[in-house]
Design a protein around this ligand. Structure first.
Ligand SMILES: [Zn+2]
Length: 301
């Protein structure tokens, strides 16, 4: 199989390191995978392409992928979600009508609940059903399928939400093109992805190389693999949207500051985040190398 960049198809690439595996993925990942970066569009991806069957993906995502969050973090995430929906409402043309919402990569279903609360027609799609009980309302439609194999109506949805989804898919170009097809005229797409060139990752990478672990896990972040199979920076993300033919209405780089408060002070994560991630994020934000990107997109006319 031709091993090329899943966005621009270039075969020119440089090696970055080895991906991290976990106990579950070790069972499936028997080839030697490398993390590479495309010389043309700067996308990070895993080479050779990871090929898992449906039940293997299912096993991965059913297995405690969603970690427990403190009530403080739950509130913070809820506020972020509400703000995004407000922003989208202002960007959608004809937002006064009853909007049709599609949640791609539903997860626990918090986006579905927010759309439902606003009285929007709500549909969700995911390869596994990890919805919280309260997101399983009878007037919320749920499709358990791969988006690319699904038969959702085209030119239909006014707001399509895909947060922390694209970095999980092996064929991002086809995936976002499909999302675009489902979008109504005047509708808006929300995409959220990690920034692999954030200052935090650079410093982490530097520390790994100092400690002689240059080729080891976490050299760059996508490779929470096989969960994350591709990774973006500012350049590759803009290239990606342009290639799919979407117009960027808003693109923003933002941080996860104060997330250390979501861990109990007795845990290692609390202290690592407080003394490491927290101080690094301020300069990261100043030089626009914060940890996450979000974008609101529309079809080009
Ligand atoms: Zn490329």
């Amino acid at each position: 199989m031709k091993d090329c960049c899943p966005i621009c198809n270039s075969t020119e690439k440089k090696e970055i390191g080895f991906p991290k595996t976990n106990l579950i993925s070790k069972k499936f990942v028997d080839k030697e995978f490398k993390i590479v970066q495309c010389n043309n569009c700067q996308l990070y991806y895993v080479s050779p392409k990871i090929e898992l069957n449906g039940s293997q993906w299912g096993e991965l995502y059913n297995s405690e992928y969603f970690s427990n969050q403190s009530s403080w973090l739950v509130k913070k995430r809820k506020k972020e979600l509400t703000d995004r929906f407000d922003k989208a409402s202002r960007l959608i043309e004809n937002a006064s009508q009853k909007l049709k919402y599609l949640d791609v990569g539903v997860g626990e279903g918090k986006g579905l609940l927010e759309a439902h609360r606003r009285g929007w027609g709500s549909t969700g799609i995911d390869i596994v059903d990890n919805r919280l009980q309260e997101a399983k309302l009878s007037d919320i439609k749920f499709v358990q399928s791969d988006l690319l194999e699904s038969e959702l109506p085209e030119n239909y949805f006014d707001f399509i939400y895909a947060d922390s989804v694209i970095e999980h898919v092996l064929n991002p170009f086809e995936y976002l093109s499909k999302i675009k097809k489902l979008l109504s005229k005047g509708g808006v797409i929300y995409i959220g992805v990690p920034n692999e060139d954030c200052l935090f990752n650079s410093i982490r990478k530097f520390i790994f190389s100092l400690t002689g672990k240059k080729n080891e896990s976490e050299k760059i972040k996508p490779f929470d693999s096989p969960y994350h199979v591709i990774g973006f920076n500012d350049f590759s993300l803009k290239y990606f949207f342009e290639k799919v033919g979407l117009k960027v209405l808003i693109q923003r780089n933002f941080g996860r500051k104060f997330d250390f408060l979501s861990y109990p002070p007795t845990s290692k994560s609390f202290w690592i985040n407080l003394f490491f991630l927290f101080p690094v994020e301020y300069p990261g934000q100043l030089i626009k190398r914060d940890v996450y990107f979000e974008a609101f997109l529309s079809k080009k006319n």
